[in-house]
Each structure stands twice: as C-alpha cells, then as structure tokens.
Design a protein. Sequence first.
Length: 94
Amino acid sequence: MVKKSRKVFKFGGSALKDAEAIRQVGNILQTYKDENLTIVVSAMGKTTDALERVVKAHAEENGETQEKLEEIKRWHYQLMQHLFTPEHEVFALV
C-alpha cells in the first residue's frame, strides 16, 4: 500500500488578522487543492487577547462582559461582510 503524503498547515494570529489576510490563506491553500491536507486554524488576529478581556471583565464583575463579547461578534461579522456577498449562506447561520 502506497501512502500519500500529507501536508499540514496551521494558520492563526496575523495570518488571519483581516479579510485580505484570510483571502491570502485561501490563495495559499488553493495551490494545494489536489494534495492531501490537514488544516489547523487557531484564533484570528487579536481574538485571544479579546477573549481574555471578556474573562477579566466577568471575573471583575464590572458590567463590561457583554459589551466585550459584542465587540468580538461585531469584528467577526465585519470580516464576513468583507469576505462574502450579502446573499451568501453563511449569513443565515449567524
């Protein structure tokens, strides 16, 4: 049995910081479309820092938890608007 080699890609942080960076990841992956791939995606841009601020606000019970979560949601929604047409099915999922 011949095993086909596998390529592993991991993207996160600055590689996913905005719509243009996400498109670039898509372009990179497109060049390997006929390959056996494993793709690992971690937090985008400053998402980890933003989530830490949510946890801190919750721990401090300062009343800012929901607003911190909403900031993350707004940022991701804005990215979606830059990446997809308004009719795209992804918007039906949020």
